[in-house]
Write a protein that binds this ligand. Structure first.
Ligand code: GLY
Length: 318
């Protein structure tokens, strides 16, 4: 049995590519890396890789991670600039015995030494979004933080290996050096081939408060189905945050267990995800959170899919 699940519609092309690889017997490490690279390379996704939106100093700082569920090896980069595929650098770091998580200049130095592709990740389109947002913030005192759509994936191959990986430009207009949940093991991602894996998207600052990806894997280890594990973890963290802090940020999670069963949960409207398992074509689903924390989902219609791409590729009106 093989399978792959990922946050947001933007992961569909990557999941399709990864699923093809898994079908041909490739391993979950190669498949998840290739799938995330697909998202990183697409210039119209403004929260991941090339075309990602910049920090408040108009620099694109990227976070990414990779975890191998067989060995529990982890690699991650944070606040890295000017490299095309942070997920590949993260994966390479996961094979080191120490120095597995590198930030900023240190991550860039490592990537340079290892021969990773350098690229100016700031596109004209991202600059236009930046100017537009600057104007809006100045005029209406809008909060600058929004649009934090991390791509997070969990992958299972035919040999039973589970991997997880993430990639993001983080919060739009974030402070220079800000690190979200995506490169933090247990928060943005976790994988254990004996159990399964999970990955998160949403407000990193809040996702980290619950180490929520690890919590989902822990619940699956106790025997919960991935759907039940995701719902329970999201419902609990959402309630804790509201009780203790008066509000909860966006929390959206995906998970898959070692049998290829999967689950998702969110506390927001509008969360989508892509999934492919052996014997089923890759598809995108839209999630509806219920009052009781129980989430339902339905496959995205052709109209929704067409509209999604149209919106992503529409000119930026400044
Ligand atoms: N979840 C992505 C971030 O907060 O950076």
């Amino acid at each position: 049995m093989w399978g792959m699940i990922a946050t947001w519609r933007m992961a569909l092309e990557g999941v399709t590519k990864g699923a093809g690889m898994l079908e041909q017997g490739k391993n979950a490490g190669d498949a998840v890396e290739a799938a995330i690279r697909e998202v990183e390379d697409f210039p119209y996704y403004k929260s991941v890789g090339y075309g990602g939106l910049p920090n408040e100093e108009m620099e694109v700082e990227l976070d990414a991670a990779y975890m191998d569920g067989d060995t529990l090896s982890i690699g991650a980069v944070a606040a890295i600039k000017d490299y095309a595929n942070p997920v590949s650098i993260a994966r390479r770091l996961s094979s080191e015995s120490v120095n597995n998580v590198l930030v900023g200049e240190g991550a860039e130095k490592f990537a340079h030494k290892e021969g990773f592709e350098r690229k100016n990740m700031l596109t004209d389109r991202a600059k236009a979004f930046y100017r537009k947002r600057k104007k809006e913030v100045a005029q209406q005192e809008l909060k600058p933080y929004s649009g934090h759509d991390t791509v997070g994936m969990v992958c299972l191959d035919n040999d039973g290996k589970v991997t997880a990986a993430t990639s993001t430009s983080g919060l739009f207009m974030k402070k220079k050096g800000r690190v979200g949940d995506s490169p933090i093991a247990g928060s943005g991602f976790y994988a254990d081939s004996k159990v399964g894996g999970a990955s998160a998207t949403g407000l990193g600052e809040d996702l980290m408060k619950g180490c929520i990806s690890y919590e989902i894997v822990r619940l699956m280890k106790e025997g919960l189905h991935p759907q039940e594990a995701c719902e329970r973890a999201v419902r609990f963290l959402d309630a804790e945050l509201k009780e203790r802090r008066g509000k909860a940020g966006d929390l959206s999670l995906i998970a898959m267990n070692k049998e290829g069963q999967w689950g998702v949960a969110t506390n927001i409207e509008g969360f989508s995800f892509a999934v492919a398992v052996e014997g089923k074509k890759p598809a995108v689903y839209l999630v509806k959170p219920g009052e009781d924390g129980h989430c339902t989902f339905e496959e995205a219609s052709k109209e929704w899919m067409d509209d999604y791409m149209k919106t992503r590729m529409a000119p930026v009106e400044e």
